[in-house]
Design a protein around this ligand. Structure first.
Ligand code: ZN
Length: 141
């Protein structure tokens, strides 16, 4: 395996947590962090409503399903509430997708889509990542 000098995944951008009820979870996480969420955003195409918290340099995304057949609803049905994905910041999502495909990972959406918080996002299938759903995200300028 060749490790390029240029960094590919720079840092954890955020951690996504699936919740049943965004309203009550917002209150819970406000107590936990001692600060309110700074953003609520609905991504209609994904059937999800999200809120964002900051804890120091770290970011937490809460996700509530808005449709019964959305990926978050299915996740909660199967596994219950909890950590849903880990998102890594990348500089060039297109080259990262190509690199990871060559390494044998399964990219769930090979064409990056617009996610919450002004990001282009792509997901890796947890089957090839030890059961962890990985999100790649690139800031949209
Ligand atoms: Zn996310």
């Amino acid at each position: 395996m060749i490790f390029p000098e240029q960094k590919t995944m720079n840092k954890i951008e955020h951690i996504g947590i699936a919740v049943k009820d965004l309203e009550s979870s917002n209150q819970l996480f406000e107590k936990l962090f001692g600060s309110p969420h700074y953003k609520i955003e609905e991504v209609e195409s994904e059937g999800v409503k999200t809120s964002f918290f900051k804890s120091g340099p770290n970011k937490i995304e809460l996700l509530e399903a808005t449709k019964a057949d959305s990926p978050i609803a299915k996740f909660i049905e199967k596994k219950g509430e909890g950590i849903h994905h880990i998102a890594f910041a990348v500089e060039d999502i297109f080259s990262e997708i190509n690199r990871l495909k060559k390494e044998g990972f399964i990219v769930l959406n090979e064409t990056p889509k617009k996610g919450a918080d002004n990001k282009l996002v792509a997901f890796l299938h947890p089957k090839k990542t030890n059961g962890v759903l990985i999100e790649l995200c690139q800031e949209i300028d």
